[in-house]
Design a protein around this ligand. Structure first.
Ligand SMILES: Nc1ncnc2c1ncn2[C@@H]1O[C@H](COP(=O)(O)OP(=O)(O)OP(=O)(O)O)[C@@H](O)[C@H]1O
Ligand SMILES: [Mg+2]
Ligand SMILES: [Zn+2]
Length: 457
């Protein structure tokens, strides 16, 4: 076989293979994602990614084993909850996130906790042992059972695993690891896929719980192949708005639990700290007696979180006024502005409009619509919305206010934080459970909502 036959072009987004270089991937539609790689000879790839094989049994004959009943806890509650109660033997967990978001910090903190009971091996392909030690000192981690190594060659890592016999393995990051029997560069689809497959088969056979961290591109997908998401058991993504100290850890996939929870952390000098009462923090600095600021409630995973929505509207000499929104969906915000102009007659065409969800939270929930509309109306009309009023509701194109989900949960959260009144969609009235003290103001249109917050004390 000559060299030409072995060369392949592989889409780094989805793993699509082609014998020619292509500008646009026919599979996932991304541009400029093809990279030349060398074909992995069939003898080197694993036929079965998990190496599982068993005899055929009746379902009633299979006895539950201890393996998946045992949950290992890190005692970082936000993290344990996110994973459905803790870690499981042989589980492989992928933590994705943008550069600098705190992936290594999180991994080291988890390793720090687990190493009080178990052998843990932390493999870094990105930092030297001194750098790791410096971070560990800052995080006050100094456990005898935590082993560190700087290594990128997979076969060496396997040797270290056999030496240390860890219960938990940490790979920072999967894009730096490589197998020397595969010619492509580290970080390419073939390398990432094959190293992960190898690690997976080691994890499942020992069993050993393995954490992988991976970089995420600007578009928010894992740099390199999506393929990883299918191989691993659990996928977590770490995110935040730039320059904010809050970090959200979301579960996108979990073979051992639900994916509805999120974990909220704050980045501090001593590492990531759990945020137990997010509502208190996100509305804690809300200014009083200022126009353009209102409070709404979103549901993140299964828990309600109160958020402050701020708006600033000012006239502009620019022919095209600025529309700058942070934390919310651009298209929804533009629609709300159009509704305010068309249905309420607000003149916004020559105004710059800025909208900000305070605290660096990003949300796409339609239930924020009404609060965004009210924040803009408050900024335009220069009237203050009482800080004891909560606002929830989706806004339709005719200016009607539509029902939202989890109404009782949201109202309870408002009540818990001392709110006296809440504007809600009229259609939600019948879904409310009895015992709420908070005063409810049902509205049918954006117009009604704005009238009622204007007149409220
Ligand atoms: N002394 C410090 N005090 C507070 N925060 C710090 C301190 N040092 C680092 N950080 C925070 O830690 C972050 C880097 O964390 P970490 O190295 O865990 O990120 P990462 O996701 O692993 O990054 P990379 O993609 O580069 O590997 C910095 O962006 C910063 O916010
Ligand atoms: Mg790192
Ligand atoms: Zn593709």
């Amino acid at each position: 076989m000559n060299k030409k036959d072995k060369t392949l072009f592989v889409c780094q987004e989805c793993g699509y293979e082609s014998t020619k270089w292509l500008g646009k991937c026919p599979d996932c539609g991304k541009w400029n994602t093809f990279v030349e790689e060398h074909k992995v000879p069939a003898s080197k790839t694993r036929p079965h990614i998990t190496n599982f094989s068993s005899e055929v049994k009746k379902i009633s004959e299979i006895t539950e084993t201890q393996i998946h009943k045992n949950r290992y806890k890190t005692n970082i509650n936000e993290f344990d909850n996110l994973l459905g109660g803790g870690l499981v033997d042989g589980q492989m967990i992928l933590i994705g996130g943008e550069p600098g978001i705190g992936k290594s910090t999180l991994l080291l903190q988890i390793a720090g906790r687990l190493s009080s009971q178990f052998n843990c091996l932390y493999v870094s392909g990105e930092e030297s042992l001194e750098q790791l030690k410096m971070r560990a000192q800052r995080l006050k981690i100094n456990n005898g059972q935590l082993f560190l190594v700087s290594e990128t060659l997979l076969s060496e890592i396997v040797n270290r695993v056999n030496e240390v016999k860890p219960k938990f393995l940490f790979i920072d990051s999967i894009q730096t690891m490589y197998r020397d029997d595969i010619e492509s560069a580290p970080g390419t689809v073939s390398q990432v896929r094959e190293t992960t497959a190898e690690l997976l088969s080691i994890s499942k056979s020992i069993p050993l719980t393995t954490f992988l961290c991976g970089h995420v591109t600007k578009e928010g997908t894992l740099a390199g192949p999506r393929i990883l998401e299918h191989i691993v058991d659990t996928v977590l993504y770490f995110s935040s708005e730039q320059h904010h100290t809050y970090r959200l850890l979301r579960c996108f996939k979990n073979r051992f639990g639900a994916t509805s929870e999120i974990g909220i952390f704050e980045m501090q000098e001593e590492g990531l700290k759990e945020v137990k009462n997010p509502s208190e923090i996100f509305i804690g600095e809300k200014p009083k007696n200022v126009s353009g600021s209102v409070t709404t409630c979103i549901i993140e995973g299964v828990r309600p979180i109160l958020l402050e929505v701020q708006s600033l509207v000012s006239s502009t000499p620019l022919p095209v006024p600025r529309r700058q929104f942070s934390g919310l969906d651009y298209n929804r915000a533009v629609i709300i502005i159009a509704v305010l102009e068309k249905r309420l007659g607000l003149r916004l065409a020559n105004q710059d409009i800025f909208i900000n969800i305070v605290g660096g939270i990003k949300t796409k929930e339609p239930s924020c619509d009404l609060s965004v509309a009210c924040a803009i109306a408050s900024a335009v009309g220069n009237f203050v919305v009482s800080s004891k009023i909560g606002i929830i509701g989706e806004v339709g194109l005719t200016g009607e206010v539509r029902a939202v989900t989890h109404i009782s949960q949201r109202l309870t959260e408002f009540e818990k934080l001392g709110f006296e009144k809440c504007i809600i969609p009229k259609a939600n009235l019948k879904g409310i459970n009895g015992k709420l003290k908070i005063k409810i103001v049902p509205v049918e249109t954006v117009f009604d909502a704005i009238e009622s917050i204007k007149n409220a004390k």
